[in-house]
Design a protein around this ligand. Structure first.
Ligand code: UD1
Ligand code: MG
Length: 447
C-alpha cells in the first residue's frame, strides 16, 4: 500500500514577526519542518509533498531533494493547500497523510496510529483528536447522538454550546486518496474568509454516511502548533525535556536536566555523566563513560569513551578515548586528540593531530601541526603557523620534550626524541640545528 504525506507549510506566519519563514525557525537545533519530516517518515512509504507559499524559495532550498514541493499561490486555506498536491499524487498513492510543518512535537508513532486507524476504516477519513480543557483556538469535533463524527466547527463560528466541546481537531488527517481528490472539488468556499477549509471534507463524508474515525492522542503537548515566538519557546522547552529524558532512559546521567541543552541529532553513550550547563550541539556524538561539563559547549564533535571535558569549548573536533581536557581548553575545527591525551588550562588546538599520550598542560596554541605520541608540550608553547600571508605546518616527532615558552616557527620539523630549551625560538629543522651546533663546536675546538 502506498502512503504519501502532504505537509502544509505555505502559511505566512505573520505573528512570528520574522524575516525567516516560520517553518525554518529551529527547535532543538533544526528547523521545525525537519522535525515534521522526520515524524512523517515512520508512517509513509513515498517521498512527501510539501506545500510551500510564503518564503517558498528559502523553504525549497532547505528541503533540497528530501521532499517534492508544490507552490500554493495565493493561499486560500487548508483545503486549497491540499488541492495543490493533486497533480503530483493522483493515481500514485492509496492513502494521503496531511499534517502541518509547524507542529514539531507531533510524534511519528502518533501518525503511525493514525494510519493504522485509517487502514481499518471503511470510510475515507481518520483524524487526530485531543480531549483538552484548553481549546487553543482549535476546531471543535461535532458528534451526533450515536457518537459519529459529523463535522468540525472552527472556534470563531462556534456557538457557546459548541465552544464547550473538549474534543478538538489537532490538524492531522489520513485520507483515502481517491475519495479525497474528488471531495476537495466539492468543498464550498467559506464566504466569510474566502478560503477552502480541509475540515469541510469531514462534513462531506458524514453526509454521505461514510464513517470518519478519530485517533485520540494522549500527549497534549504533541498538538502545540507554533504561531508566535511564545509558542516557539514553549515547544523548545518541551522538546528539550523530551530529548533529555530519552537520553536518561538510555543510561545517560544528567546532574541538572534543566540546564543541559542537547540538540536533536546528538548521540550519547551510556554511563556518560552530563554536568550542569552543558550544551551539546549539531552532529556531536560520544561513547560511554564520559564526564562532560560543567559549563561546556560542544558542537559537531566526536568523542570516544572515558573522556573528561571540564569547562571547555569544542567545535569540529575528534577525541579518542580517555582524553582529559580543561578547564578552559578550546578545540577548533580539525583538532584530533588521540588516546590518553592531556590538555590543561588555556590551550587551543586547531587543524592538528595530537597522537596518543601527548601532554599539553598549560597556555599553548597548536595549529596546523602533527605531534607524535608521548610528546610533552611545555607551558606557553606556540606554533607560529601564520606568516601574515599563509599558514604553515609543524611536525613534531614522538617522545619530544618542548620546553616552556618555545616558539615553533613553521614550516618546521622536529625529530623524534628532540628537546628544546625554555624560551627557545625554533626556526629550522632540529636535525639541521644539530649539524650547525656540531660545526660551531669544531670551530671552537680548532681555535
Ligand atoms: C486548522 C483547522 C482547525 C484545527 C487547527 C489545528 C482548518 C480550516 N482548521 O486551523 O480545525 O483545529 O488547524 O491547528 O483547517 N496553510 C497552508 N495554506 C493555507 C492555509 C494554511 O499551507 O492556505 C498551512 C499553514 O501554514 C499551517 C497549517 O496549514 O501550517 C494550518 O493553517 P492555519 O491557518 O494555522 O489553520 P488554523 O486556523 O489553525
Ligand atoms: Mg494554526
Amino acid at each position: 500500500m502506498k502512503i504519501t504525506a502532504i505537509l502544509l507549510a505555505a502559511g505566512q506566519g505573520t505573528r512570528m514577526k520574522s524575516a525567516l519563514p516560520k517553518v525554518l525557525h529551529p527547535v532543538a537545533g533544526k528547523p521545525m519542518i525537519a522535525h515534521a519530516l522526520q515524524a512523517i517518515q515512520k508512517s509513509t512509504t513515498e517521498k512527501p509533498v510539501v506545500v510551500i507559499g510564503h518564503g517558498a524559495d528559502e523553504v525549497k532550498k532547505y528541503l533540497g531533494d528530501s521532499a517534492q514541493t508544490v507552490l500554493q499561490e495565493p493561499q486560500l486555506g487548508t483545503g486549497h493547500a491540499v488541492m495543490q498536491a493533486e497533480s503530483l499524487l493522483k493515481g500514485k498513492t492509496d492513502l494521503v497523510v496531511v499534517c502541518y510543518a509547524d507542529m514539531p512535537l507531533l510524534r511519528g508513532e502518533t501518525l503511525q496510529k493514525l494510519v493504522e486507524t485509517q487502514k481499518n476504516n471503511t470510510g475515507p477519513i481518520s483524524m487526530l483528536a485531543v480531549i483538552s480543557n484548553d481549546p487553543r483556538g482549535f476546531g471543535r469535533i461535532i458528534r451526533n447522538e450515536k457518537n459519529t463524527i459529523q463535522a468540525i466547527v472552527e472556534e470563531y463560528v462556534a456557538s457557546e454550546e459548541q465552544k464547550k466541546i473538549k474534543e478538538l481537531n489537532v490538524g492531522g488527517y489520513c485520507f483515502d486518496a481517491n475519495w479525497l481528490w474528488d471531495a476537495l472539488k466539492r468543498i464550498p468556499k467559506n464566504e466569510k474568509k474566502g478560503e477552502y477549509y480541509l475540515t469541510d471534507a469531514i462534513e462531506l463524508a458524514s453526509k454521505e454516511n461514510l464513517p470518519v474515525l478519530a485517533t485520540i492522542m494522549d500527549d497534549e503537548q504533541e498538538t502545540i502548533g507554533v504561531n508566535t515566538r511564545v509558542h516557539l519557546a514553549e515547544v523548545e522547552t518541551a522538546m528539550r525535556k523530551r530529548i533529555n529524558e530519552e537520553h536518561m532512559l538510555n543510561g545517560v546521567t544528567f546532574i541538572d536536566p534543566a540546564s543541559t541543552y542537547i540538540e536533536a541529532d546528538v548521540k550519547i553513550g551510556k554511563d556518560t555523566i552530563l554536568m550542569p550547563n552543558t550544551y551539546l550541539y549539531g552532529k556531536t556524538e560520544m561513547g560511554e563513560g564520559n564526564i562532560i561539563g560543567p559549563n561546556t559547549i560542544i558542537r559537531d564533535t566526536k568523542i570516544g569513551n572515558g573522556c573528561k571535558v571540564l569547562v571547555s569549548v569544542l567545535e569540529g573536533a575528534v577525541l579518542e578515548n580517555d582524553v582529559d581536557m580543561g578547564p578552559f581548553a578550546r578545540l577548533r575545527k580539525g583538532a584530533h586528540l588521540g588516546n590518553h591525551v592531556h590538555m590543561g588550562n588555556f590551550g587551543e588546538v586547531k587543524d592538528s593531530r595530537l597522537a596518543d599520550g601527548v601532554k599539553m598542560g598549560h597556555f599553548s596554541y597548536i595549529g596546523n601541526a602533527q605531534i607524535g605520541s608521548n610528546t610533552n608540550i611545555g607551558a606557553g608553547t606556540i606554533t607560529c603557523n601564520y606568516d601574515g600571508e599563509k599558514k604553515h605546518a609543524t611536525e613534531i616527532g614522538e617522545d619530544v620534550f618542548i620546553g616552556s615558552d618555545t616558539m615553533l616557527v613553521a614550516p618546521l620539523k622536529i625529530g623524534a626524541g628532540s628537546r628544546t630549551g625554555a624560551g627557545a625560538v625554533v626556526t629550522k629543522k632540529t636535525s639541521q640545528m644539530i649539524r650547525w651546533l656540531l660545526v660551531c663546536l669544531l670551530v671552537q675546538l680548532r681555535n
